[in-house]
Design a protein around this ligand. Structure first.
Ligand code: ACO
Length: 418
């Protein structure tokens, strides 16, 4: 067996890109051969210096890629982040510390560049906490039993003067980016989206080799003609024995920047003739969907899981970037075993903003940097983490103060997978 130190962990060259892709597919249990067309599409994602590989001799046995991203903080500030993706270690080389080495290299470089956060979507829950990541947003998927929902079967169009139109991929590429930009600036936990996203989702480019079938796209425009929502969905073809249609409409993605758009698009999806089941796709846990139905129990939660994981690299900038619904102060002792962002700070927060300054005062709350990440977007409760023994209250009531400052009236959400 090759010893740990014989494995070279380093950024790949462009010439090594095909082998790196082969290792990537292998790690994700996809057929290892990557067709030339997919290779070209994936080249768009290559960032020199930030695609890391581990090499056992000539063979690439692990992959890791990062790229620039912005994460929307509570209040709408766009925070620079190091987005991590394509993490794999070949089964022949697992549990020898290769991920740990790649992660250490990448996080050190991100810190050096001045990124405030690192982010990822975790394949499995237990992998990333050890590196200081905490689950910061949640994803929920509902399955709607349409006949049970109690909706008016005569529904024909939005009642607010708005309208819904079916469009094609070209319209989506034209209208989608601006709509998404509006959404992500208002949605804590959302991330910036590359142009490429729209090309992949409308069949212009394929990175995974699966054959393209065009979905349906519908756009909601307000009475003033403004594009406020858009959905992409597919339908299957299922009929019951009694010759009744039992089709499922599956949402691939849905963007809505106003409650009216959200209402109109869900009403539309639940009123398509033949459709008896609507699968919502990966939504915010705060989505209006269940409560738009006269019988909310017709929308069953079929998946609920952690989604965006955050790793805070700069505590001061992370805490000063966001807004706070309450006002108050807190002394936080942040522990970071990687030595990247630990320290003790006084957070003073109020309606006019926040300051976070180093202090030698006694801490009110002691917590790991991963727990601070879970609290940062307001989705987790410090009181709950204290009950779990994951944050330590040095001053009685400090966890409640933290919740009053950090929690938000609506939950954060990341609409993207990366
Ligand atoms: C952002 C993304 O891309 S998510 C996709 C992640 N990739 C995958 O899930 C693909 C399949 N899995 C893999 O390729 C590998 O198992 C990886 C990348 C998850 C882990 O790589 P490895 O090189 O084996 O991890 P490494 O040896 O550095 O492990 C470090 C520690 O994490 C633990 N660990 C690693 N993976 C897992 C896991 N899936 N579940 C639980 N613990 C894990 C190890 O046991 C080790 O613990 P220790 O420090 O207590 O000994």
């Amino acid at each position: 067996m090759t010893s740990r130190t014989d494995i070279d962990v380093r950024p790949i060259t462009e010439a090594e890109f095909p082998d790196w892709q082969r290792a990537l597919n292998t790690g994700f249990l996809m057929p290892p051969a990557v067709a030339a067309e997919q290779l070209e599409a994936r080249r768009h994602l290559f960032v020199p210096g930030r695609s890391i590989g581990a090499f056992d001799g000539e063979r690439c046995v692990a992959t890791f890629r990062s790229f620039d991203q912005e994460v929307t903080a509570v209040g709408g500030a766009l925070v620079p982040a190091d987005a991590i993706s394509n993490v794999t270690v070949s089964p022949t080389h697992r549990r020898r510390g290769l991920l740990t080495r790649m992660m250490a290299q990448d996080l050190a470089a991100a810190k050096e560049r001045g990124d405030v956060l690192a982010t990822l979507i975790a394949a499995e829950y237990p992998i990333y906490g050890r590196y200081g990541f905490g689950p910061a947003t949640t994803m929920t998927e509902w399955t709607v039993d349409v006949p049970r929902a109690g909706l008016d079967a005569r529904w024909a169009a939005p009642e607010d003067g708005g309208r819904i139109d079916l469009v094609d991929g070209e319209d989506v590429r034209k209208l989608g980016p601006e709509l998404h930009e509006r959404l992500r600036r208002a949605q804590p936990g959302a991330v910036s989206r590359a142009e490429l996203w729209w090309q992949i989702r409308t069949g212009v480019l394929s990175t995974d080799g699966s054959p393209w079938t065009e979905p349906f796209y519908a756009v909601y425009r307000s009475a003033e003609g403004e594009v406020e929502g858009m959905v992409s969905y597919k339908a299957d073809d299922r009929w019951g024995d009694a010759k009744q249609p039992l089709n499922t409409a599956t949402v691939q993605w849905l963007l809505a920047v106003t409650p009216a758009a959200e209402r109109a698009l869900w009403s539309y999806l639940c009123s398509i003739d033949w459709v008896t089941t609507v699968k919502s796709g990966w939504r915010s846990p705060d989505d209006l969907l269940p409560h738009l139905l006269p019988d909310p129990r017709a929308a069953r939660i079929t998946t609920q899981a952690d989604w965006l994981w955050v790793r805070i690299l700069d505590v001061v900038r992370a805490l000063e970037a966001r807004t706070y619904e309450g006002s108050g102060s807190l002394v936080l002792e942040v522990e970071d075993r990687a030595g990247l962002s630990g320290g003790r700070w006084r957070l003073e927060a109020g309606a006019d903003g926040a300051s976070c300054t180093p202090t030698t005062e006694s801490a009110h709350l002691v917590l790991d940097v991963a727990e601070l990440a879970a609290l940062w977007l307001g989705d987790e409760s410090a009181v709950r983490l204290a009950a779990l023994g994951r944050v330590r209250e040095i001053r009685a009531g400090a966890a409640r103060v933290a919740d009053a400052l950090l929690r938000t009236s609506r939950r954060p959400w990341c609409p993207d997978m990366f």
